[in-house]
Write a protein of this length. Structure first.
Length: 148
């Protein structure tokens, strides 16, 4: 049985495991020092516009996503939902769990008054891009980042 709930401090280790379970995460994340992740979790948890969720199957965490609700001026002051850090345990990928999780995230965003959901994915993640497109996301903008 699949359930969703807000993440707790006890979930941080598992969330970091999920983040490291891909080609990019395994080379840039460090699970042996959880302090920065705990600090980030506490900041996310203390913000009324941030929601870090976990997806559970029979009580075990198999996925996670982070939704930030962003007030904005364009689109007649529409709220935006920024969905990031979408991760499904590698053992469960390709079985529709990512679709269920994204549908949950989108429905939750709608309940919060969001009018447009947005996300980014690395250009090298071709399967992820195809997945998001299958959910109706359209690559309408060119994303840019500046690492500080």
């Amino acid at each position: 049985m699949i359930n969703f709930r807000l993440a707790t401090l006890d979930d941080v280790t598992r969330i970091v495991e999920l983040i490291t379970d891909d080609i990019f995460g395994k080379n840039r994340e460090y699970i042996d020092n959880l302090s920065p992740y705990i600090e980030a979790f506490q900041e996310i948890q203390s913000s009324s516009n941030n929601y870090l969720y976990v997806m559970l199957m029979d009580g075990n965490i198999i996925g996670t996503f982070h939704l930030t609700i962003i007030p904005s001026m364009p689109l007649i002051g529409a709220k935006r939902g920024n969905i990031e850090s979408v991760h499904i345990d590698g053992e469960y990928r390709g079985n529709g769990y990512g679709t269920q999780m994204m549908q949950y995230a989108i429905n939750f965003a709608k309940e919060k008054g969001v009018k447009i959901c947005q996300l980014t994915t690395n250009k090298k993640r071709i399967d992820a891009k195809r997945f998001y497109e299958s959910l109706g996301f359209i690559a309408t903008h060119e994303g840019m980042k500046l690492v500080l």
